[in-house]
Design a protein around this ligand. Structure first.
Ligand code: PLP
Length: 315
């Protein structure tokens, strides 16, 4: 047993080490929606319970050339997919991980499955009130630095240039699989880095596909500006129109309307696992866009499945 606990130096996983996620044809659902539907299964990337975060964080840690024994400090909500991924990836890379998770219900949060999973990796979980996040990150940074560790403070959601780059490459991966530009890509959009990367990657390849972000929380004005800003970190054209729709937010992050829940239930019955926080909202957006004709009949549409199954399991 002790041999297992010895921290062996390992190499940071490079994003290039990830195999492409499957691009699947979903003809039955597609026919019902009047489109040629493909699903890009980032929920099936070979890293557990992470979805889009494994591409973003893998690229970020590789860009920082993290070394065993370094400290990683990051933050998010109690059920943050990003934080769980940081915990797992950090454990694999022999990093010391501090997760600053905001909550107003410490006693409940401590028992939550995602917190228990993160703790199981050896990550230090710090439950704080939302307004204390910045201060706690500063304190932890000082403690780690005083102990002689190299400290990597990673923005919540891995909202970084590397995160955007990872999705620019993912767009190229999808184009390689499909062999042609789709008419539209539809995805759940939060901080906007994933969407910005897809926009950049498609533009780099000279494709004019629509990239339709379905907001999981933000208003169209705020979320659209965030995507635009993330795009500007790469070679993105500041004039590129961003489609960021806030019609399916359902009252805010982690709130889900009955319509979204019905979409999720229905998709599971057809073999497509969705969650009510991210992909359920996005897929409901896709079906509404098809129903209202905002996606033209027989269009080739890629639904980018960003993961988030844990958000279903922890409900
Ligand atoms: C499952 C899932 N889908 C989509 C998103 C949105 O990604 P982004 O923040 O890059 O817009 C997230 C972010 O937390 C996520 O966890």
């Amino acid at each position: 047993m002790t041999a297992l606990l010895i921290k062996a130096p390992v190499e940071a996983p490079r994003p290039a080490d990830l195999p492409p996620s499957p691009l699947e044809h979903w003809d039955l659902i597609g026919r019902r929606l009047g489109m040629r539907l493909l699903v890009k299964r980032d929920d099936l990337l070979p890293f557990p319970l992470s979805g889009n975060k494994v591409r973003k964080l893998g690229r970020e840690l590789a860009a920082r050339a993290v070394r065993p024994g370094d400290a990683v400090i990051t933050n998010g909500g109690v059920d943050s997919n990003h934080c769980r991924t940081a915990a797992l990836m950090g454990a694999r890379l022999s990093l010391d991980v501090d997760l600053v998770l905001h909550t107003r219900a410490n006693a409940v949060a401590k028992e939550q499955l995602s917190v228990r999973l993160a703790s199981a990796t050896g990550a230090q979980v710090h439950l704080v009130a939302p307004e204390e996040v910045g201060q706690r990150i500063d304190e932890l940074t000082a403690v780690r630095a005083a102990a002689g560790q190299t400290v990597h403070v990673i923005p919540g959601g891995c909202h970084t240039k590397s995160g955007v780059e990872a999705y620019a490459d993912a767009a190229a991966e999808m184009l390689g699989q499909l062999g042609t530009a789709p008419d539209a890509v539809v995805l759940a959009s939060g901080t906007g880095a994933t969407q910005a990367g897809l926009v950049a990657g498609l533009a780099r390849a000279g494709c004019h596909s629509r990239v339709i972000g379905i907001s999981v929380a933000r208003t169209a004005a705020r979320g659209g500006a965030a995507v635009q800003e993330a795009l500007s970190w790469l070679d993105g054209d500041a004039e590129t129109p961003i489609e960021f729709l806030d019609d399916f937010v359902d009252g805010g992050y982690a709130h889900a309307s009955e319509a979204t829940r019905e979409t999720v239930r229905h998709a599971w019955r057809l073999g497509l696992p969705l969650d009510p926080t991210y992909t359920g909202k996005a897929f409901r957006g896709l079906t509404e866009l098809a129903r209202t004709g905002a996606l033209r009949p027989n269009a080739t549409v890629v639904f980018w499945h960003t993961g988030g199954l844990m958000n279903h399991l922890v409900e």
